[in-house]
Design a protein around this ligand. Sequence first.
Ligand SMILES: [Zn+2]
Length: 76
Amino acid sequence: MAVTILALLFLVLMTAIAFFGRGKQPQAGVNMQKCSLCLRPFEQRLLVERQVGDYRHLHFCRECILGLASDLGLKN
Ligand SMILES: [Zn+2]
C-alpha cells in the first residue's frame, strides 16, 4: 500500500515537472479550479489534474505537489 502511494506521488511529481516545464500557453479565458488538497482557487492551467475511478477528478497545485515531494525527501 505504501509503495503504491509513493509510486502515485512520484507520478504526480513527474507530471508536474513536465507540466510546469512547458512554455506559457496562450490564455483563452480564465478557468478557475480549486486544488484538491489545500482548496485554494487557481487557474486550471496551473493545476495538475488526475482522474480517480470513473468520474472523480482531483487537481493539485504546484505548492502541494512540491510539499509532497519534500515529504518524500526529494529535493525541489
Ligand atoms: Zn494545493
